[in-house]
Design a protein around this ligand. Structure first.
Ligand SMILES: [Zn+2]
Length: 174
């Protein structure tokens, strides 16, 4: 009987010990759960911060690019301010308006350099010298390689006559 009582007491103690251990385990699990949640929260915050840093880097890069482009524009405006007073509007025979130098400009050998500026680019504070282009509608053209404008410069009379007479011959054959 006494032995049985000791055994029962042992069982009860074991049960208590087991229950105590189980409680410890549950608490530990809870702690782990909480710390895992914290770790996840921290990881999320780290990701958010990383995204913020990337976004700020992108903004900084855009600002730097804009800043450089504005500096270039200011430099271009300043250069143009010096140049623009040397030119005045000029109407070509075709009626198109370009800008040409007020005073003749010479090359190293003293020859006059005949050149015109694109009116479209001039309005945008850009100096763009027009270059000879293709023949369009029996006109010599000047082309702006900056804005792709094409200016009808002058009519080619003899070419028109040649084409006209060629047509006349062609038609007379019929
Ligand atoms: Zn132009």
């Amino acid at each position: 009987m006494f032995k049985e009582a000791i055994e029962a007491a042992k069982l009860i103690k074991n049960a208590f010990d087991t229950a105590e251990k189980l409680k410890d385990d549950i608490d530990r699990l809870k702690e782990l759960g909480e710390s895992n949640m914290k770790a996840m929260e921290l990881a999320q915050i780290a990701i958010n911060l990383q995204n913020l840093v990337f976004s700020l880097q992108r903004n900084l890069w855009t600002l730097e690019t804009n800043h450089r482009s504005l500096e270039d524009k200011i430099r271009q405006y300043e250069t143009f301010e010096v140049e623009k007073d040397k030119y005045a509007p000029h109407q070509c025979a075709s009626g198109a308006v370009v800008y040409r130098p007020i005073q003749p400009i010479h090359d190293a050998e003293g020859n006059v350099i005949v050149h015109y500026l694109c009116a479209n680019c001039y309005e945008q504070h850009k100096k763009s010298i027009l270059q000879p282009g293709e023949i369009v509608d029996s006109h010599r053209t000047l082309k702006c390689h900056c804005c792709s404008s094409v200016v009808l410069y002058e009519r080619i009379e003899c070419l028109v006559e040649t084409i006209g007479s060629r047509h006349a011959i062609d038609w007379s054959d019929y």
